[in-house]
Write a protein that binds this ligand. Structure first.
Ligand code: LLP
Length: 417
């Protein structure tokens, strides 16, 4: 979290103090550092080097238009999983020919739109989807570029909810059935087979599971070549982890060096779909302590951000650092930092050693990925504002929701007749 650092006794994002952001935009507010997103993306682009390919940022990690636009300006590709994400990419100036369309449940409408704008590839997750896409492409008198998402059955050794490459998961096509599905797709004049993809899970802190998956995919690539199905690209998905609390994920360049070695002489371009490793440490959730409440069992600090703003602690028991915006010298005690939502699971952090006062500002770090995008209106809470810092400039990239936003589209009903 290089771009978030203390200066003159207070926490800053790049050249802007978080205190100033809270005063100007209120709390809770997500604050993002442009420099972080750019550096992390360019890290991937540089590690790819001269090898042909695309870095397709996984939009689900953080889909704010401000973030997508800055990545589009750098020439990024995008990995999308819905029509909504596609429209966001287009609105942000992203190039559709650099988009890969993932996801197990693409609707015919979503397929039509993606064909119309010309996405680079559909990552197909089932035989039923092959049939549907073929039909949609035939109806539109066009040809759909496809890759088959293969489930390589490797253990990503991460949290079970974010592990996706095991046989028991709903994702992809079992690797031992893949040849059959490729052969079926090859019979269609409305499908153009261009690649193979996989995504084995998220927040991986070792390279080994990625390489196990890659080895299995390469066996398949060679097998297909013998059958006359020549692939153009290999898409290894996303999944590289970040440091939340002492993890030491491998550098991108080490990972890609191993990948390049294994691809060897094969003429395969490379696609990656990183989300978290670009976004997570580029964001902080700014929140204010509302009440301090001491019981016999626990000290609770009730803050104005909650599980509806950041679901990760409640859903995955995830740890994200929570730090004071302006630290004080008083003695620390252990606090459960909780939100106002009526759920026991509504916590941001437990047993955090802090010296807290009512009214004080806290920053929950490493929340640039899967933070705002997983937020909801539970308890009729308006979603947080989002602010992007660029050097000494701040951009409000999403205004705080209002009550009018909350009830937009809802209606009361007349009295019962
Ligand atoms: N590609 C595909 C097909 C994916 O399903 C995902 C993430 C990615 C790429 C990006 O993976 P990343 O580089 O961000 O690990 N909400 C969870 C994470 C869910 C990830 C889902 N798929 C969390 O907050 O930890």
């Amino acid at each position: 979290m290089r771009e978030f650092s203390y200066r003159d006794g207070s926490l800053w994002a790049e050249q802007v103090s978080l205190q100033h952001i809270a005063e100007r935009f209120g709390t809770p507010t997500y604050v993002y550092s442009r420099a972080h997103f750019e550096r992390q993306y360019l890290n991937y682009a540089e590690a790819l080097g001269d090898h042909p390919g695309l870095i397709c940022y996984a939009v689900k990690a953080n889909s704010n238009l401000g973030i997508l636009s800055l990545l589009a300006q750098l020439g990024a590709g995008f990995d999308i999983v819905s029509g909504g994400e596609l429209e966001r990419v287009l609105l942000a100036g992203g190039d559709p020919s650099r988009v890969v369309f993932s996801g197990v449940g693409k609707t015919a409408n979503e397929m039509r739109r993606a064909l119309e704008v010309g996405v680079h590839c559909f990552n197909i997750e089932s035989e039923a989807e092959v049939n549907r896409l073929e039909q949609v492409a035939a109806d539109g008198e066009t040809v759909a570029p496809i890759s088959i998402r293969v489930n390589p059955d490797v253990d990503a050794q991460t949290h079970p909810y974010i592990s996706t490459g095991l046989k028991e998961n709903k994702f992809g096509i079992a690797i031992d059935q893949a040849v059959e599905v490729y052969q079926r797709a090859a019979t269609s004049k409305h499908l153009n087979i261009i690649g193979v993809d996989c995504h084995i899970g998220s927040q991986l802190t070792e390279v080994a599971p990625f390489l196990d998956a890659l080895d299995r995919l390469l066996v398949l690539v060679d097998q297909l070549a013998e059958l006359g199905i020549q692939l153009e690209h290999l898409d290894l998905g996303g999944g590289l982890g970040v440091r939340y609390r002492g993890e030491e994920p491998p550098p991108v360049k080490d990972y890609l060096a191993e990948v390049h070695k294994r691809i060897g002489e094969r003429k395969l371009s490379l696609i990656l779909e990183p989300g978290r490793s670009i976004a997570a440490n580029g964001g902080a959730l700014l929140t204010q302590v509302e009440y301090l409440k001491r019981t016999d069992e626990h000290n609770f600090a009730i803050v104005d951000a909650a599980m509806n703003d950041n679901l990760r602690p409640a859903l995955y028991q995830a740890w994200q650092d929570i730090v004071p915006v302006t630290p004080n010298e008083s003695e620390s005690t252990l606090w459960d930092i909780v939100g106002p939502v009526c759920e026991t699971g509504d916590f941001l952090g437990k047993n955090r050693s802090q010296s807290l006062k009512e009214g004080q500002l806290l920053a929950m770090l490493s929340t640039g990925a899967y933070g705002f995008t997983m937020s909801s209106n539970y308890n009729s809470r308006c979603r947080a504002a989002e602010v992007l810092v660029d050097g000494d400039k701040t951009y409000l990239v999403r205004a705080r929701e209002t009550f009018a936003d909350l009830v937009r589209g809802e209606r009361t009903v007349p009295e019962k007749t």
